[in-house]
Write a protein that binds this ligand. Structure first.
Ligand SMILES: Nc1ncnc2c1ncn2[C@@H]1O[C@H](COP(=O)(O)OP(=O)(O)OP(=O)(O)O)[C@@H](O)[C@H]1O
Ligand SMILES: [Cu+]
Length: 641
């Protein structure tokens, strides 16, 4: 049964192409028959060409007319073609029927082309989905069993053999392997993954056998969410397209009114004969229609989205593709964006009377309840020491955590946070901290005191080191080359650390020690000056700023869900240099759209003048009009490359 089903799919996908083809063949034989003088035969073939080529647009046009009481341009085309045919029949000038059929044919071709652009986009994204297997091998008491993905439950354990596709998002519980994540990131270099790390549905397992634990329902796996996002992208028209659509509807009405006037008045005013009058009115209807203008934007943007998806750049809608090309200022978060965010404890120094072990243990007791990367680094460093998880832990975003451990009130966080509790910081630590910060490290202070007492004491400081992304400096330089006027860093971390990183990557303006809402203010003030501002971030603390920015860009897919939802563009490949690629793509699409609009308006203007001066006949009008529509569509498809 595979073959008929495939055939069915094939025909479904290609109906408009087939219709155009069939229309062309019928038209050709109709024209031939007419030349041989077989009138009856021609009058059989040509109407068939009309029906097959025009059916789809007529149906759509009539639906819009009836349901929304709006005129669309497609309907005008059909009316013009039918008008030509009627005129031909009435006057016995059968070549007019051919002219109308040519109109329908080229119209069908441009529709097929547009459909092709749509499907191509969809396919680039669907190809992600087709990569996920339908079944998974689950391990239970009775051994291994193959079940459908839809039956997987959270908590199930599954095995994935070398060379197999990962069936659903899950966490590795045993084994080690290299995984090709190209399906979601566009990056074919395999990444190493081991126990505790997350693997994604649709990615390809390398040489290691893995045992995984399912930690979220298959339907909410990353790839499914991405597919949903893209489906949304296709249904939401960007503002420029919306504008064109509103314009179209108003314009279509004007054309109809003008067309009716042109078809009725000239015989009375200038004494034209009826045939010339109607012929010119029909030509007017065709050449004045804004088909080419309609095709100027969407195919281009869809092609751009498809192109981005292939490179691991996910545009959530076409508007963002247009916008990122216009960005004049860009703000980067530090941790996890300019740096890898895989932070590590590099040094620990205890205050007098305490030991380094105590500092780490105390900090870990609290940080084990925090999600912050710093927290994870501290817990990791203290993994071989035995400590008891603190109680009453409270995380204060952008500052630190407080809680109770060993019957003591403990505070872990940055210096400003600690100073709220401790009056006098140890002099020797105050001297060391800045030198760490100058190396780009973050200093975490740990203090403790009697519960409910007010005597807190610093017990030590911990240096947290992060690695600057190797591609960061290159990306900043490339953005400067692209003419971005302002590049800033905004971070919750302290000024010295921030400046050290900024200097290393070539950013000269730094806003440090910001709370999440302060980041938002910085974006606002940048927008005031530069209008279109992009923000690049990865953490929850960046979400407000990402939402405020004209273009919010999220790094990587492993980030938090909030960020994935808030951002307009997701760099799935987790590579900074994709920002420059996204901008170039945005600018190219902007350029192509502008060219398209100029071409479209140019053709409409020329043809209108030609028609008015009376030296254009219907076939030339049709070819000029529909030809420019096809030209503009094809020009948009350039962006696929
Ligand atoms: N759980 C925590 N443990 C220790 N310190 C913390 C914790 N959470 C926040 N801090 C302190 O607050 C500062 C700001 O944190 P925030 O999460 O806003 O930004 P960040 O992760 O340092 O950097 P960025 O804003 O560049 O992503 C941190 O640099 C750290 O000093
Ligand atoms: Cu048209």
């Amino acid at each position: 049964m595979l073959y008929p089903q495939r055939f069915h799919q094939f025909t479904k996908e290609h109906t408009d192409t087939l219709a155009a083809l069939l229309c062309g063949v019928l038209l050709f034989f109709g024209w031939f028959a007419l030349h041989l003088g077989w009138l009856g035969f021609a009058l059989l073939l040509l109407p068939a060409a009309y029906v097959i080529g025009g059916y789809e647009s007529a149906r759509e046009g009539l639906t819009t007319l009836i349901k929304e009481k709006e005129l669309d341009v497609d309907l005008l085309m059909i009316v013009a073609a039918l008008g030509a045919a009627s005129l031909g029949l009435w006057r016995g000038e059968y070549h007019l029927i051919i002219d109308g059929a040519i109109l329908i044919l080229i119209f069908a071709i441009s529709g097929a082309l547009e459909g092709y652009a749509m499907r191509h986009t969809e396919r680039s994204i669907r190809s992600l989905m087709s990569l996920t297997p339908d079944t998974a091998t689950i391990v239970n008491q009775t051994g291994e069993e193959t079940i459908a993905i839809s039956q997987l439950q959270v908590g199930d354990e599954i095995v994935v053999k070398p060379g197999e596709l990962i069936p659903t998002d899950a966490v590795i519980v045993s084994g080690y392997s290299t995984i090709n994540q190209a399906a979601i990131t566009g990056e074919s270099l395999p990444v190493e993954k081991t126990v505790g790390e997350e693997v994604f549905a649709g990615t390809l397992n390398g040489y290691g056998a893995l045992k995984l634990k399912v930690h979220k329902p298959a339907a909410s796996s990353l790839i499914q969410r991405v597919i949903r996002l893209v489906e949304q992208a296709q249904t939401e028209a960007p503002p420029s397209q919306q504008f064109i659509e509103v314009f179209e509807r108003g314009y279509a009405k004007i054309i109809v009114i003008a067309g009716i006037l042109l078809a009725t008045l000239p015989p009375f005013i200038w004494g034209w004969d009826w045939e010339t009058t109607i012929y010119r009115a029909l030509t007017f209807l065709v050449v004045a229609s804004p088909c080419a203008l309609m095709a100027a934007i969407m195919p281009t943007l869809l092609s751009g989205i498809a192109n981005g998806a292939r490179q691991g750049i996910l545009f959530k809608n076409g508007a963002q593709l247009e916008k990122i090309g216009k960005v004049r200022a860009i703000a980067f978060d530090k941790t996890g964006t300019l740096t890898t965010g895989q932070v590590q404890v590099s040094q620990v120094i205890a205050a007098s009377n305490y030991t380094e072990i105590e500092v780490l243990k105390t900090a870990a007791a609290l940080e084990s309840s925090s999600e912050h990367p710093i927290a994870q680094a501290i817990v990791q460093a203290a993994r071989d020491l035995n400590w008891v998880r603190a109680t009453e832990v409270q995380a204060i975003p952008g500052q630190g955590v407080v809680g109770t451990a060993n019957e003591q009130q403990v505070i872990v966080g940055n210096i400003a946070f600690i100073q709220k509790y401790v009056n006098k910081l140890p002099q020797e630590l105050l001297e060391i901290a800045p030198s760490w910060e100058d190396e780009g490290k973050t200093v975490v202070w740990v203090a403790q005191g009697e519960s409910h007492g007010d005597e807190y004491q610093v017990i030590g400081i911990i240096a947290i080191a992060d690695m600057i992304r190797p591609e960061a400096a290159g990306t900043i330089a490339r953005l400067r080359k692209l003419g971005i006027e302002q590049i800033v860093m905004i971070t919750g971390d302290n000024q010295r650390t921030a400046e050290s990183v900024a200097q290393a990557v070539g950013i000269d303006q730094v806003f440090a020690e910001l709370l999440p809402e302060d980041k938002l203010d910085v974006i606002r003030s940048l927008q005031h000056k530069y209008q279109t501002v992009a923000m690049v971030g990865d953490g929850i603390n960046d979400a407000p700023a990402l939402a405020q920015a004209s273009v919010g860009i999220a790094m990587g897919v492993a980030g938090s869900d909030v960020v994935l939802e808030t951002a307009d563009i997701v760099l799935m490949a987790d590579k900074l240099e994709k920002i420059a690629a996204a901008m170039e793509l945005g600018r190219r699409s902007h350029r192509i759209i502008k060219q398209n609009i100029v071409i479209a308006l140019g053709f409409i203007g020329l043809l209108l003048i030609g028609n008015f001066l009376g030296n254009i006949n219907l076939p030339i009008g049709v070819i000029g009009h529909e030809g420019s529509t096809v030209l503009v569509t094809l020009s948009g498809l350039r962006l696929l490359k």
